[in-house]
Design a binder for this molecule. Structure first.
Ligand SMILES: CC(C)(COP(=O)(O)OP(=O)(O)OC[C@H]1O[C@@H](n2cnc3c(N)ncnc32)[C@H](O)[C@@H]1OP(=O)(O)O)[C@@H](O)C(=O)NCCC(=O)NCCS
Length: 323
């Protein structure tokens, strides 16, 4: 018998305000056509004034708890992937813990920018396999609209706000790749690339700062590193792209999503794509896509799902899940 971290529920929340590409045409030198053709993005959601990352996370968490048929106090831990926590501290995770009325267990944040959800899932898997926790709520929640420079057309049209959540529970499997649950993980980072994607604020500047990106440079690394990490985690369990039912990639750019799928030898009809509706929601993009993919009837129990993501750091990684 092998202990596995099995998905018990999934949910998401998107803020009400939907912003189409055309809205940017009024304030910066851009066009709907440019944004669509270079990124695949058609619209994104922006949080309302005063609506915080933990607010979005709480809504997504409640949806995942309802999907799993669980209450907050059935959880042992909450792991939140975010780079846009409401405050420097306490963590978004403890804010969400209190917002859910959870009075037991523990909660903490993981910060690996757009790769955050893959890092959080891997941490949650470790907590379950080591016996620290039986049930873990893993959330990706972001309000990137708070760190946009609205005059920088190379970045402000690409990002959006939202949250997604997944509940994992320890369950015995047979030890084969037919088991439900997390089957393999792969994490990487290389801080020498920190200057190509970063926020120019924080405790060292006394400001929140704005996102800065050398888009072409990030693009250059993305497909190569995403395909590599997906290959590495599949290879750990003797599987390949042919075995994959769904790639659920980080939703940053449709051209990156297509290039990575092609390199993995997986056709686009086996890729969950939400970037057109959400933009890049950083650590929230994968759990949002998992939840929407399930809602659309794409992801079904027993499917082999590969998630892969890259972001600031650079940090990148992948997780293979039997849904
Ligand atoms: C940002 C990105 C969409 C830009 O696409 P690109 O094809 O590389 O475009 P370039 O950066 O070469 O820009 C081409 C031109 O479009 C212009 N441009 C940039 N943003 C624009 C916008 N919103 N509207 C119109 N023109 C724009 C640039 O200024 C440049 O003009 P120039 O040639 O006169 O200087 C692309 O590089 C990308 O997606 N990179 C990865 C970003 C990413 O995924 N980041 C998150 C990872 S987590």
């Amino acid at each position: 018998m092998t202990l596995r971290a099995v998905v018990k529920g999934v949910g998401h929340y998107l803020p009400e305000r939907v912003v189409p590409n055309s809205e940017f045409e009024e304030t910066i030198d851009t066009s709907d056509e440019w944004i669509r053709s270079r990124s695949g993005i058609e619209r994104r959601h922006f949080a309302a004034d005063g609506q915080t990352t933990s607010d979005l996370g709480i809504r997504a968490a409640k949806a995942a708890l309802a999907d799993a048929g669980l209450e907050a106090d059935d959880l042992d831990a909450i792991v939140v992937a975010t780079s846009t926590a409401d405050f420097t501290f306490p963590s978004a995770a403890t804010m969400i813990q209190s917002g859910l009325g959870m009075t037991r267990g523990f909660a903490f944040d993981v910060q690996a920018v757009c790769a955050g959800f893959v890092f959080a899932l891997t941490n949650a898997n470790g907590l379950i396999l080591s016996g620290q926790a039986k049930r873990v709520l893993v959330i990706g929640a972001e309000t990137f609209s708070r760190i946009m420079d609205w005059e920088d057309r190379g970045t402000c049209v690409l990002f959006g706000d939202g949250a997604g959540a997944l509940i994992l529970e320890g369950e015995e499997g047979a030890g084969s790749t037919d088991d439900r649950g997390i089957l393999a993980t792969d994490l990487n980072s290389d801080g020498t690339y920190r200057d190509i994607l970063y926020v120019d604020g924080g405790v060292s500047t006394g400001t929140t700062g704005h996102l800065r990106m050398q888009g072409k440079e990030v693009f250059r690394h993305a497909i190569e590193k995403l395909a590599q990490t997906a290959h590495t985690s599949l290879e750990k369990i003797g599987l390949s792209g042919d075995d994959v039912d769904w790639i659920v990639p980080h939703q940053a750019n449709l051209r990156i999503i297509k290039g990575t799928a092609q390199k993995m030898g997986v056709p686009m009809d086996r890729v969950v794509v939400t970037v057109q509706d959400h933009g890049n929601t950083s650590a929230a993009s994968i759990p949002l896509a998992l939840s929407v993919g399930k809602e659309r009837g794409q992801i079904k129990q027993g499917d082999l799902v590969v998630t892969e993501a890259i972001g600031g750091g650079l940090a990148w990684g992948s997780v293979v899940i039997r849904w």
